[in-house]
Design a protein around this ligand. Structure first.
Ligand SMILES: CC(=O)SCCNC(=O)CCNC(=O)[C@H](O)C(C)(C)COP(=O)(O)OP(=O)(O)OC[C@H]1O[C@@H](n2cnc3c(N)ncnc32)[C@H](O)[C@@H]1OP(=O)(O)O
Ligand SMILES: O=CC(=O)O
Ligand SMILES: [Mg+2]
Length: 351
C-alpha cells in the first residue's frame, strides 16, 4: 500500500503544527501578480498594488539573479509585513527556489518562521512527483510548529517538467496542503525539447492545413494551441483532487491581445486564474477570469427556471437540464465571489 490511510491523511505532520484544511478556503484568485522582491522600487509599490489584485507573489526563483537571492528573500519577508494581507483579503504567496537548489531550505525556513503568519501559499517550482510535495510538507509542518502558526500554509505546484506532467494526478493528490497547480510553459517546453523560445502562447509554425486544392489555389491553415493538451490534463487532475488549475506566464509583455486569448482559452477550459508578470497584464486577467455579465444573466435564468436543479426547460431555444444547471451554478457562484470583491462587477451582475 503506497497511500496513507484516510484517517492519517489529515493528521498534522509535526507535533504542534496546525490541522490541515479538509476544505480549501474559497478565494478569488484571478491573477497571481509576480513581484521581484529584491528591487526596492518595485517592492515599494506593493501596498498600493495589493488592493488592485487578488494575489501578490514574491518571486524568489527564476528571473531573480543568483547574486540577488538573499536580497529577494529579505524583500519577500519585508513584503509580508508591508500590508495586512490576512485582514484585507489579498493573497500573499511566495515562489521559492526548487528543491534541489542551494536556496530552498533558507527560502522556506525564513518565510515560514519570519512571515508565516501572513503567508497563504508557497509556490513550489519544477515538481516532478508526489515525493517532492511530501518532503516539503513535512519540512513546513516542522517550521509551522516552531513558529506557532495556527493556520496551515498551502502549496501550489508548477507543472513544468515532462515527468511532472506524467505524474500530475499524483502531485495533485499528494497532500491536503495542495491548493492548486499552474502551467509553466517555459520550463516545460525546455524539458520536452519543444522547439520554441517563447513563454506560453501560440507559435506561428504550429498549425493544421487543409487538403491540397484541385485548382492549386492557396490552402487555408490555422494556428493551433500547443498548450491545449497540457491545460486540459492539468484541469482534470486538479478538479479530481478538488483543487484549482491555473495558466502560468505569458512572456510577450507587449502583446496584450495574444495574452488575453491565451488566458481566455485557459478560463474556458476550467482554470481559476493566471499569472501576471507586468502591471499591464493585471487588467487583462481581471477581465478574462471574471465571468461575462451576459453569461451570468443567462446562467441565472437557468437557475431560476429549474429551482431544484432537475427536469428539463427551454430557455431562448436551448435545452436545459440537470447538467446545464450545474454549468450555470459554476458561473453564478464565480460571479458571486467576484461581486464580493468588485463593486463595479457586482452592479453589472445585478443588472
Ligand atoms: C518563466 C517564468 O518563470 S515567469 C516568472 C518570472 N518572471 C517574472 O517574475 C518577471 C516579473 N516582471 C518583471 O520583472 C518586469 O515586468 C519585466 C522585466 C518583465 C519588464 O520590466 P520593465 O522593462 O521595467 O517594464 P516597464 O518598463 O514596462 O515597467 C513599467 C513600470 O512597471 C513596473 N513594473 C514592471 N513589472 C512589474 C511587476 N511585476 N510588478 C510591479 N511593478 C512592475 C516597473 O518598475 C515600471 O515602473 P516605473 O514606471 O515606476 O519605472
Ligand atoms: O515558471 C514558469 C515557466 O513557464 O517555466
Ligand atoms: Mg519555470
Amino acid at each position: 500500500m503506497s497511500q496513507k490511510t484516510p484517517r492519517s491523511f489529515f493528521k498534522p505532520l509535526s507535533i504542534g503544527a496546525p490541522e490541515p484544511y479538509r476544505e480549501l478556503p474559497v478565494k478569488l484568485e484571478r491573477m497571481i501578480h509576480f513581484v521581484p522582491p529584491h528591487l526596492d522600487k518595485v517592492r515599494a509599490k506593493v501596498p498600493d498594488m495589493a488592493p488592485t489584485v487578488d494575489v501578490i507573489l514574491a518571486n524568489l526563483e527564476d528571473a531573480i539573479p543568483a547574486d540577488a537571492k538573499d536580497a529577494a528573500r529579505a524583500g519577500a519577508i519585508e513584503m509580508a509585513n508591508m500590508y495586512d494581507w490576512q485582514g484585507k483579503g489579498t493573497g500573499f504567496w511566495s515562489r521559492v527556489n526548487c528543491l534541489n537548489s542551494p536556496w530552498f531550505q533558507d527560502d522556506v525556513s525564513e518565510l515560514v518562521l519570519k512571515a508565516g503568519h501572513q503567508l497563504d501559499v508557497i509556490m513550489l517550482p519544477k515538481v516532478e512527483g508526489p515525493w517532492d510535495i511530501h518532503f516539503a510538507d513535512q519540512y513546513v509542518a516542522q517550521l509551522e510548529a516552531k513558529a506557532g502558526l495556527t493556520r496551515p500554509i498551502l502549496f501550489h505546484a508548477i507543472l513544468e517538467t515532462a515527468e511532472g506532467v506524467a505524474r500530475v494526478e499524483e502531485i495533485a493528490l499528494a497532500s491536503p496542503r495542495m491548493q492548486g497547480i499552474s502551467l509553466g510553459p517555459a520550463d516545460l517546453a525546455a524539458s520536452r525539447k519543444m522547439k520554441t523560445t517563447r513563454v506560453g502562447g501560440g507559435h506561428p509554425f504550429y498549425r493544421v492545413i487543409e487538403d491540397p486544392k484541385e485548382d492549386g489555389s492557396a490552402r487555408l491553415s490555422a494556428q493551433q494551441d500547443p498548450w491545449h493538451y497540457t491545460i486540459a490534463r492539468l484541469v482534470d487532475a486538479c478538479r479530481m483532487a478538488g483543487i484549482n488549475a491555473f495558466y502560468g506566464p505569458f512572456g510577450d509583455i507587449g502583446d496584450l491581445e495574444a495574452c488575453e486569448q491565451q488566458f481566455r482559452n485557459a478560463f474556458l477550459l476550467g482554470c481559476a486564474g493566471t499569472w501576471s508578470l507586468h502591471p499591464s497584464q493585471i487588467a487583462v486577467a481581471k477581465r478574462v477570469f471574471s465571468p461575462d455579465p451576459e453569461e451570468v444573466k443567462f446562467a441565472r435564468k437557468i437557475l431560476a427556471a429549474m429551482p431544484d436543479g432537475s427536469g428539463v426547460a427551454m430557455i431562448d431555444g436551448k435545452m436545459q437540464d440537470d447538467a446545464t444547471w450545474k454549468q450555470a451554478k459554476v458561473i453564478s457562484d464565480l460571479a458571486d465571489l467576484v461581486a464580493s470583491k468588485d463593486p463595479d462587477l457586482a452592479a453589472a451582475y445585478a443588472g
